[in-house]
Design a protein around this ligand. Sequence first.
Ligand code: SF4
Length: 356
Amino acid sequence: MSSDCYRRRMDRDVIGGLLTQWGESSYRMEQIIRAQRTGAQSWDDVTTLGKELRARLAEHGPLWSVTPRERLVSVDGTVKWRLGLHDGREIEAVLIAHARGRRTLCVSSQVGCALGCKFCSTGTMGFGRDLTTWEIFEQALIAAHEADQQGARLSNVVFMGMGEPMHNLPAVFGAIHEMHRPAPGLGISARQIAISTVGWVPGIAELQEFPLPVRLAVSLHAADDETRSKMMPINQRYPIYNLLSACRRYCDTTGRRVFIEYVLLDGVNDSQADAKRLANILRDGRFHVNLIEYNATGGEFQGSRPERRELFLATLERAGLEASVRRSRGADVAAACGQLVTAARGKAVGKVPTAS
Ligand code: SF4
C-alpha cells in the first residue's frame, strides 16, 4: 500500500471551511476548481492563489480527494482510471469516446456495492462506503481535462460505474449540480446526465422531485420475476411490477421517458419468449430499451450470440417498442459494463502523474 493512502480528506467542504475561517473570499474556491479543471496536480500548480495561502492549504491536505493510480487505454480509445481515495480505498471511472469529439464519463458513486448482482464484478467486492459529492465531481474534473487533452469535450455523464447511485442520492445530486453549473462547473446539460438504478424504488420517487431534468435508466435485465431474482437479489424486495409502476409514476410526473437497460445473456434472458414478455410489460410508450452486449467477467454468464441479439431486437421493434443495441466499449481493459472492480487488469499504456 502506498504512503499516500491515508492522507487526510481534503474535499470542498473542508477547503471551503478553512477559507472561511481564514477570512478568504469565496472566489478562492472557484479558482481552485478552475485549476483542477485545467490539470493542476498539487497546490503548487494553483498559481492563481498566493504562495502563502497555497502553503497553508498544503499543510492541511492534498489538492485532490481522488488520485489517479493507473490509467489504461483500450484499443477503441476508452480510458479507464483506477483512483485512490484518502482512506486507501479505490474506485474506477471510465471515459468513452464517441464521434464528433463527444466523450461520456461513466462515474462511480460508491466504493464497491451492496447489491450483489450476479453478472457484475463490482458486486463481488461488497460494500465499502458512499463517495462524497466531491469525490464524485473530481472524477468528472479528471475526465473533462482528459477530454480537453484529446481535443474533445466531456458532453455526457452516466452514473453506471461502481455502486448503486440511488443509495447515495444526496452526494449524487450535489455532484450533478457541480457538473451542470457553468464554469468553473462543467456546464454539462442535465439531459446528458443519466442516473442508472437496478431498481431502488424509493430513489426513483426521490428523483422525481429533483429540479434538474436528468435521465433515469433502469437495469431491468429480465422480463419475469423468477429470472430477475436469480440475477439480481434486489428483485425480491422490489419485483418487476412495483419497479415498473414506480417508473410509470416518474414518467407521468416528469414527462420524461425511462431508459430500460437489458443485458443479453446467452440462454438466460435472450429467447423469443423473453423478448415477447419484455415487449408486453413495456408496451405503453413510456420506455426506450437499450440492449447491452455482455462482457464476460469470468463468472457463470456468457453474452448472447449476434444472431440471437438481432432477433431479440427485431421482436421488440415489431411489437412497437423503441429499442437499440449498445455496443461494448473498453472490454480489453475491463472498462465495459459490469467489469469494474478494483483489481487492475489489462496492460497499462499510460500513467497519469499522481496528484499530491
Ligand atoms: S450492477 Fe450496479 S447495483 Fe448491481 S452489483 Fe453492480 S454496481 Fe451494484
